[in-house]
Design a protein around this ligand. Structure first.
Ligand code: 13P
Length: 249
């Protein structure tokens, strides 16, 4: 049985002091032993958030990292730095990074490998544009993303990672994929993992849905057999996140 994983992606929100205040506000609302809870926060918030969450059930994730070990890469943050600061998860390949920062699958493949090597759990994002969905190429596109981003990654490592399916047209738009649409693609991703690796790896990997998840739609989405939780943007910055985390209570 896969444990659900519900992660907030704070994106470029929350100054360090606001971040600490949000952790305090949400502390008692996000207690649910049935699920893994993660806050993926801006790099500058990592240290204060790790401290603020000590002794709680919430783990910390980063929103990005660079694949090189160390050196002259001004402005970048390494996997080892994240690990040493107390980070356990790292979002890789969010559609905003693919789009605004031109991150391609070859780069993301290097990031995934480096994160795993450093002992971080990647939350690897994939998803189609509205145009691709309307053209009927959603699954072909996502299969291509998954295959490229995981090239050369061993089955044992894939079994431990998290994949987030985020249809780009549903991000920040208030337009959620229907439960059936979300389940269809999450199931398709699992089938893709079975095809590249094997059935046991596919059964183990956790697949989240992301895109306008809120307190009203979380329970229905998370009840689907291939949806193992969510990657939550806007709603992770308010008390509603507690309701999403406690969707089964
Ligand atoms: P929203 O929940 O704000 O739509 O954002 C989803 C997302 O991009 C999470 O990574």
């Amino acid at each position: 049985m896969r444990k659900k994983i519900i992660a907030g992606n704070w994106k470029m929100n929350m100054t360090p002091s606001q971040a600490v205040a949000l952790c305090a506000e949400l502390k008692d609302l996000v207690k649910n032993d049935d699920v893994d809870v993660v806050y993926c926060v801006p790099a500058i918030d990592i240290v204060p958030v790790v401290n603020a969450l000590k002794g709680t059930n919430v783990k910390v994730g980063a929103e990005n990292m660079y694949f090189e070990e160390k050196g002259a890469f001004t402005g970048e943050i390494s996997a080892a730095m994240l690990k040493d600061a107390g980070v356990e998860y790292v979002i890789i390949g969010h559609s905003e990074r693919r789009d605004y920062f031109k991150e391609d699958d070859a780069l993301l493949n290097k990031k995934v490998k480096k994160a795993i090597e450093a002992g971080l759990t990647p939350i690897l994002c994939c998803g189609e544009t509205l145009e691709q969905r309307e053209m009927g190429i959603t699954m072909d596109w996502i299969r291509m993303q998954i295959k490229s981003d995981l090239a050369g990654v061993a089955a044992a490592d894939v079994a431990k990672l998290v994949i987030a399916y985020e249809p780009i047209w549903a991000i920040g738009t208030g337009k959620t994929a229907t439960t059936a649409q979300a389940e269809e693609v999450c199931g398709g991703i699992r089938a893709c993992i079975a095809e590249i690796y094997d059935q046991a790896t596919a059964e183990a990997v956790r697949i989240q849905y992301g895109g306008s998840v809120n307190a009203g739609n979380a329970a229905e989405l998370f009840a689907e057999k291939d949806i193992d939780g969510g990657l939550v943007g806007g709603a992770s910055l308010k008390a509603d996140f507690g309701k999403i985390v406690c969707y089964n209570k």
